[in-house]
Design a protein around this ligand. Structure first.
Ligand SMILES: NC(=O)c1ccc[n+]([C@@H]2O[C@H](COP(=O)([O-])OP(=O)(O)OC[C@H]3O[C@@H](n4cnc5c(N)ncnc54)[C@H](O)[C@@H]3O)[C@@H](O)[C@H]2O)c1
Length: 433
């Protein structure tokens, strides 16, 4: 008899999104349209995925949602915070990602999603500003208001559980400072002292979420939950945390190609990645301090996969450069180019070009949905702390000091499936599918 480790998904699941921009509205609309039978959750492993369970002659393929109790899309309720007052319908129209015939059928539900006032500090995202902002005196008081929002949302919507996910703008780069970020006690003292240089707004949302018994997911590359105080808080409150930075387009391709070169023992001398995008995300990233946060997240994968400690002759001279260019005419339809200079037998050089004409929010939406659904499963399985099995969805997978994250997309997928097997009471295994 299998021992399923996950409690059933009873009642409503609240999803509180920090940020009601392009990715959030695209995720909400896709979910609402899917539950009306007007669309499909394409790209969502939690909703549409099939995977093997059992080994050898016992093996069979089942839908993920038949293996573990994933919350039903009909039981999901969405809420958000944003510094703009637009409801989800107006925000979706402005984001200009989806066509109106994909928005209108769920207009009434979208109009009902009005953002709570944001905890916003312009010094963390200086290219945007808006009126829907909390005004309490210090980071501690502001965070108490966020906690109140979560309680109100939960009560108003009769939610059994709530997951909080950051889908807001990328904050400026701040370094980890263990005098402040080293423990819950020092972190709380800094909030009360209104240490705005070290306590980013995103950290306040994460703190509020965990204190209210909600898992927290970081979808941007912010420092936020990558600090010991947050790991300690996740332990103390028993909350799962996951992140960071959705692995949607260019980095997804990198973490497929780089393992191929490594496996074939092809050398890499250079990898130049550039992008043009014209949405609000691009506008925020146009500021060098905000771009620095993204640059660090986007460069971490290659150095990890093309390990120069293993093959110094192949990778120690690799030159890796990442650029993002704000180009308004493109809107959400980002285009990325990768120029990869490799070498093979007898050192002869070759070049690979990748030109990805993507849609940023279309790629990100199913990742948001899966991260939320699997974090909720983790919560019901009694898991807490960093959820490594969700690395599959992140550009810079969270890890504790001294641990090495896994970036290779297919290894991450194996980790995800093994954790699902474990949740479902099957043995984790290395069998080929
Ligand atoms: N689309 C992708 O493929 C992808 C991939 C990886 C990461 N991301 C990240 O996801 C995030 C969202 O992307 P997007 O395209 O939806 O951006 P967006 O600019 O359309 O939406 C972000 C929203 O967050 C709001 N916001 C900013 N600071 C806030 C705060 N402190 N509190 C509440 N709201 C706040 C903004 O007003 C804006 O409406 C960005 O950080 C982006 O870098 C996106």
């Amino acid at each position: 008899m299998r021992d399923i480790k996950v409690k059933p998904a009873t009642g409503k699941l609240g999803i509180m999104c920090v940020g009601l921009g392009a990715v959030t509205t695209t995720t909400i609309i896709g979910t609402l349209m899917t539950r009306k039978g007007l669309s499909k959750a394409i790209g969502s492993f939690a909703c549409e995925g099939l995977m093997r369970i059992g080994k050898g002659s016992e093996k069979c393929y089942k839908e993920v949602k038949d293996i573990i109790p994933v919350a039903d899309l009909n039981d999901m309720v969405f809420g958000a915070w944003d510094l703009y007052e637009d409801d989800a319908y107006e925000a979706a129209i402005k984001a200009n990602v989806l066509k109106s015939n994909d928005i209108e059928p769920v207009k009434e539900e979208l109009k009902a999603i009005r953002p709570y006032k944001a905890l916003f500090d312009k010094s963390y995202a200086c290219n945007i500003d808006g009126p829907n902002v909390k005004t309490a005196e210090n980071r501690w008081e502001l965070t108490q208001e966020l906690r109140e929002d979560i309680r109100n949302f939960k009560e108003k919507n009769g939610c059994d559980r709530v997951v909080v996910i950051w889908i807001a703008s990328t904050e400026k780069f701040i370094p980890r400072n263990d005098e402040v970020h080293g423990s819950i006690a020092s972190f709380e003292a800094a909030m009360k002292a209104n240490d705005t240089a070290n306590i980013a707004p995103s950290m306040c949302y994460a703190y509020a979420a965990m204190r209210e018994g909600c898992p927290f997911i970081m979808g941007a590359p912010n420092l936020c939950i990558d600090i010991p105080a947050m790991w300690e808080l996740a332990e103390e409150t028993g909350m799962p945390i996951a992140g960071k930075d959705f692995k949607s387009g260019q980095t997804m391709m990198k973490t497929v190609l780089a393992p191929a070169f490594f496996t074939r023992q092809l050398g890499v001398t250079g990898w130049f990645s550039t992008n043009i995008l014209g949405n609000r995300d691009g506008m925020v990233l146009d500021n060098p301090e905000n771009f620095e946060t993204k640059r660090r997240s986007k460069t971490s994968a290659l150095e990890n996969i093309l390990d120069s400690d293993v093959y110094p002759n192949l990778y120690s001279d690799m030159y890796h450069k990442v650029r993002i260019n704000y180009y308004p005419p493109r809107g959400d339809e980002k285009e990325s180019w990768d120029n990869i200079d490799i070498f093979g037998w007898m050192g002869y050089p070759m070049t690979i070009k990748v030109n990805f004409l993507c849609r940023d929010s279309i790629l990100a939406a199913p990742l948001v949905l899966d991260l939320v659904l699997f974090s909720d499963v983790a919560l019901r399985a009694g898991e807490h702390g960093i959820q490594e099995f969700l690395s599959f969805y992140s550009k810079a997978p969270m890890h504790k000091d001294g641990e090495k994250p896994i970036h290779d997309l297919f290894k991450q997928f194996a980790m995800l499936k093994n954790k699902i097997r474990e949740f479902a009471g099957y043995e984790a295994d290395q069998e080929l599918d």
